[in-house]
Design a protein around this ligand. Structure first.
Ligand code: 5GP
Ligand code: ZN
Length: 138
């Protein structure tokens, strides 16, 4: 529990939340400032700041819930699509520094914009170089 962390304060019950499901490890709740109808967050109960602090096995169990809630949201809201989003670091858009997964139902003509322009086209040599570089850290 981190005292100044909003999600820890939600987990401790100090701040109310619209919780849909919880167990010992996770909470699934509505985002208070949703991008679209049905935007939910899955958060671990333990304070971890970002993916670099998250146990991969906890992440695996969390994604099981992401999969289940994707279907539940679709059944509930009839959304045509869904984005799963997870931001790490300020530069990547993280604003709450307690790890969380976003499930954002998508609708025709909604106002969500997620995307990027390709910033280059890799040559085969460059691709190979990056593969080797990454492999050297595995
Ligand atoms: P991030 O930008 O860190 O990926 O996402 C943080 C999310 O937390 C945002 O979508 C924001 O709307 C949501 N959020 C911020 N404060 C609260 C809160 O007090 N309660 C809930 N349920 N969501 C919050
Ligand atoms: Zn926290």
């Amino acid at each position: 529990m981190k005292k100044d962390c909003i999600f820890c304060r939600i987990n401790s019950g100090e701040i109310p939340s619209a919780t849909i499901f919880e167990n010992d490890e996770f909470r699934v709740m509505l985002d208070r400032f949703p991008a679209t109808n049905g935007h939910i967050l899955i958060i671990p109960k333990e304070h971890v700041e970002d993916i670099y602090e998250l146990d991969p096995l906890v992440a695996a169990r969390m994604f099981e819930f992401a999969t289940r809630f994707a279907s539940i949201l679709k059944k509930t809201f009839g959304n045509e699509g869904l984005n799963i989003l997870q931001n790490n670091g300020k530069v990547a858009g993280q604003t709450v520094f307690h790890y969380h997964l976003h499930l954002i139902p998508r609708y025709e003509n909604d106002s969500v914009r997620i995307g990027w322009e390709a910033n280059s086209q890799m040559t085969s040599e460059e691709l190979e170089e990056f593969v080797d570089k990454i492999k050297s850290n595995m």
